[in-house]
Design a protein around this ligand. Structure first.
Ligand SMILES: Cc1cc2nc3c(=O)[nH]c(=O)nc-3n(C[C@H](O)[C@H](O)[C@H](O)COP(=O)(O)OP(=O)(O)OC[C@H]3O[C@@H](n4cnc5c(N)ncnc54)[C@H](O)[C@@H]3O)c2cc1C
Ligand SMILES: NC(=O)c1ccc[n+]([C@@H]2O[C@H](COP(=O)([O-])OP(=O)(O)OC[C@H]3O[C@@H](n4cnc5c(N)ncnc54)[C@H](O)[C@@H]3O)[C@@H](O)[C@H]2O)c1
Length: 477
């Protein structure tokens, strides 16, 4: 391949192998190298399990647990429909093994395919670290020295890891994260969940539906505080009826006494202690750029540790791209995948590069109730000084909501009254992450509110009538 090859000084045992392209991380980064790269000499470096966070310890297993939890939780909602159901129990080892019995072979198959099936790809299984310009060492477990490799091009797709909460005693007491909580040997009786974001609320739903007593400790006054205020308030209200929710609580110290985890809290109500058998830390994720020493190759990072990239996913160094959790504003799989497609295109077509599109990034929270969201919240619109209107439609006032006897869900739309364009949409209730897709489509293709509401049929009496009604309520100019 053509290209400005930079040969670094020889390191370690003196052998430095040079590649056309090195990809660090096999989450979304793994999808870049396809048959179009057949004449490229490529290295892929992975320190953990092939497939990364989403496949192994993130989106996919959590949603498989969530669906199972939804099924376990049906008796609680059936009585109001006149159906008496009883949950006799959940077979945790069977649930766990069914889920990972499907996932683990996919990860192993992905690895096998790369190692055995790709003649032009060399897989390095170890921890990568930059030691100079476009120069990487890979520490291979069990080997005394690392291997050094160089390349014309690098893609940094190294993801993020759970933040260890700053709580005295936490290392000694021990804690779980998303990396191990789904593989527990047995279900605990009581779980303390520290955090109030996506991971905390999804696992609280899973484990409480399986019969675990959940105590959720939130630093803020509301759960899921990044959501639209109305959605966060409704979620907090519902969650507080199911779980022992401690709001405005700062965890300061943890200890284990006779096998019980005791978490000490500072709250406006005074000092409190919550107890459990295990502690799950879910207080956010930190990008893995620090462990990669990216500054050694000249790549710059934001104050929060994310790699700085431009619209084309280029870092500060020519020939080095970054994508996904290691650099993105959004720690979401669909964003990492989108950015991987942008990097892939820009590697293959350097003369016709394209930009990533972060205009309308949606997300779903797969707790109970579920949440789907895209675009600006009302708070965002207010803080930006925009002129906006909102409309809210309850599930309780549409036919399918009657069928479900839903009394808490709603859709809230934020729109520009002058242009009729939607600015944001927020749904809390059954199938919210599915329903929101209609709005994502409308916003992505510039469909205005009136055309969306009246330019198409809406199946009666299906759930999307929630959005039809919300659209019709918007007071446009
Ligand atoms: C519990 C949980 C649930 C989630 N659920 C959802 C969801 O429902 N929907 C959604 O959109 N998103 C979800 N996410 C977020 C999603 O998983 C991530 O945004 C996505 O996986 C990021 O992909 P990535 O390719 O950037 O990183 P990763 O998938 O994390 O891949 C990075 C890879 O790089 C490897 N690596 C890191 N450092 C090095 C190094 N120095 N040397 C070699 N290899 C290295 C890692 O081992 C890893 O395999 C969830 C996250 C969690 C934790
Ligand atoms: N359904 C999904 O798409 C999904 C599911 C899980 C995770 N994710 C992604 O993974 C990321 C990480 O998830 P997460 O839930 O760990 O992070 P998060 O940023 O969603 O939430 C972390 C929460 O913990 C709180 N917190 C921080 N420090 C704390 C402390 N010391 N004590 C108590 N609370 C504290 C924060 O205020 C915040 O509310 C998410 O931002 C999301 O992008 C997505």
């Amino acid at each position: 391949m053509a290209g400005g090859i930079l040969r670094p000084p020889l390191l370690f045992d003196g052998y430095v192998r040079h590649f056309d392209l090195v990809v660090i991380g096999t989450g979304s980064g793994n999808s870049i190298v396809d048959e179009r790269f057949a004449d490229w000499d490529v290295a892929i470096v992975e320190k953990g399990v092939f497939g990364g966070t989403c496949l192994n310890v993130g989106c996919i297993p959590t949603k498989m647990f969530v669906h199972t939890a939804d099924v376990a939780a049906t008796p609680a909602g059936a009585a109001r429909l006149g159906v008496d159901e009883e949950l006799h129990g959940v077979r945790w080892p069977e649930i766990r093994d069914r889920i990972f019995g499907r996932i683990d072979p996919i990860a192993a198959g992905g690895r096998r395919w790369r190692v055995e099936g790709n003649a032009n790809v060399t897989v390095y299984e170890g921890q990568a670290r930059f030691v100079g310009p476009k120069t990487l060492t890979v520490s291979i477990p069990g080997a005394s020295t690392g291997e050094t490799i160089t390349a014309d091009r690098f893609v940094i797709a190294a993801g993020s890891r759970p933040i260890v909460p700053d709580v005295a005693g936490i290392e000694e007491v021990g804690f779980l994260t998303n990396e191990d909580v789904m593989r527990l040997e047995e279900l605990p009786e009581r779980m303390i969940v520290l955090g109030s974001g996506f991971v905390a609320t999804e696992f609280a739903h899973v484990f409480s539906s399986f019969g675990v007593d959940v105590t959720l400790v939130a630093r803020s006054g509301v759960l899921l505080r990044a959501e639209d205020d109305d959605v966060a308030a409704r979620f907090t209200e519902i969650a507080s009826k199911k779980w022992d929710v401690r709001l405005n609580s700062k965890a300061v110290r943890v200890e284990r006494v006779d096998g019980t985890v005791r978490l000490h809290l500072e709250t406006p109500r005074g000092a409190e202690v919550v107890e459990g058998d295990v502690l799950l830390a879910a207080v956010g994720r930190i990008p893995n750029a620090d462990l990669l020493d990216v500054e050694a190759t000249g790549v710059t990072v934001h104050r929060d540790g994310r790699i700085v990239v431009d619209d084309q996913q280029r870092t500060a160094v020519d020939g080095i791209w970054a994508l996904g959790d290691v650099s993105s504003d959004y720690q979401l799989k669909h964003v990492a995948n989108h950015e991987a497609r942008i990097v892939q295109h820009n590697l293959l077509h350097p003369d016709a590069p394209v930009d990533a599109d972060h205009r309308f990034v949606p997300h779903g929270v797969f707790s109970s109730p579920q949440i789907g969201s895209v675009g600006l919240t009302e708070r965002d619109a207010r803080e930006r000084g925009l002129r906006y209107v909102t409309a809210t439609q309850d599930y309780a006032d549409i036919a399918y909501g009657w069928a479900m006897e839903d009394t808490t869900g709603f859709a809230k739309l934020v729109a520009d009254p002058a242009t009729g364009q939607l600015l944001g949409a927020h749904i809390i209730g059954p199938q919210a992450p599915t329903l929101i897709q209609l709005v994502i489509q409308a916003m992505s293709f510039g469909l205005d509110v009136r055309s969306m509401a009246r330019g198409q049929y809406w199946i009666h009496p299906a759930m999307p009538e929630l959005l039809e009604n919300a659209l019709l309520k918007l007071k446009l100019d």
